[in-house]
Design a protein around this ligand. Sequence first.
Ligand code: SF4
Ligand SMILES: [Zn+2]
Length: 363
Amino acid sequence: MAVWNPWHGCKKYSPGCANCYVYRRDHQFDRDSSRVTKTASFSLPLQKTRQGGYRLTPQDAPVYACMTSDFFLEEADPWRPQAWAMIRSRPDLEFIIITKRIHRFSVGLPLDWGEGYPNVTIVCTCENQQTADQRLPVLLSLPIRRREVIHEPMLEEIQILPYLKSGEIARVTCGGESGRGARLCRYDWILSTRRQCIECGVAFSFHQTGAWFEKDGRTYQIPRSQQLRQAEKAALEYRPSLLPDSEKQREDLFLRLSKSSFRSRFSLSPSMKQYVSEKGEEVIQRHAQDFVGTRLAPAQPEHDGKQTPMKGHPVFLAQHATGTCCRGCLEKWYQIPKGRPLTEWEQDRIVDILMDWIHRQMK
Ligand code: SF4
Ligand SMILES: [Zn+2]
């Protein structure tokens, strides 16, 4: 992962900000965190190395944007259009934007944003019930390709089931608070969110315990060096399906597919490759979205098991090659249960897999 901080400094905004780590760190260097300034790495996504390549490469992704500020901060309004333009010019990089100011999302949004840039994930932080109820309806109402939620620092038990049921939230991450004056986080709150996620088939992560953690009625003070490790040891990570969610997971999938004699038998013939070249990958991607949306996504697809011909379109071949040809194969390869519609997120990931396979064939 990489971090891109185009501007630095922020204004405290809601209860989660009380012990903001930006303020804590700046304080050590006598720096005023409430002064918002553009940084020297403002144009990092466009910066090149001496060899002429980009400094940030897809291997560095995802790129976490604005980790010492808030991307949608009012003070950054004059700079944000340029930041969006840089994000748009690097479709090869996945950008993750974490914000508490989701209500300001549309200020300075580029005209060509449409349904959202495919390389942008928006993560909405809500630390308690009130901020969840204020921010999540806004998050759900906006045109965003991938949405996630963070409860960190988690300040109380939070009910978000109605929002998760929309099928529009891809992941929820919980965590406690660190640093001096950190507030307590309870294991029960974490488990409650995890239960809600499992009920709705939404991915869940427990990021860190924070400095003060209560479990089974006992309070533990956890040193900074142990906070991530203790959360990991709790083994609460939940993935609703085996659909790859990162470059690394996609590589693992292709390795797994290459070991199947049936799946690895498929390839694009010269005439299919010519078809892809003539149409262009964007058109092929639209075909893939259409096939996935109409033939796979319904809870009970028509002629399930026989809906994908063995030839006739590069996407059909890609589907057989990647185990995304029918709901039976989706269950076997990706643990997506039959009998329920595919979420938009799942459909997008399947299209990613198909386009990745076609792309590899075209090389
Ligand atoms: S929004 Fe984030 S960066 Fe800004 S003060 Fe709050 S916690 Fe700190
Ligand atoms: Zn199948």
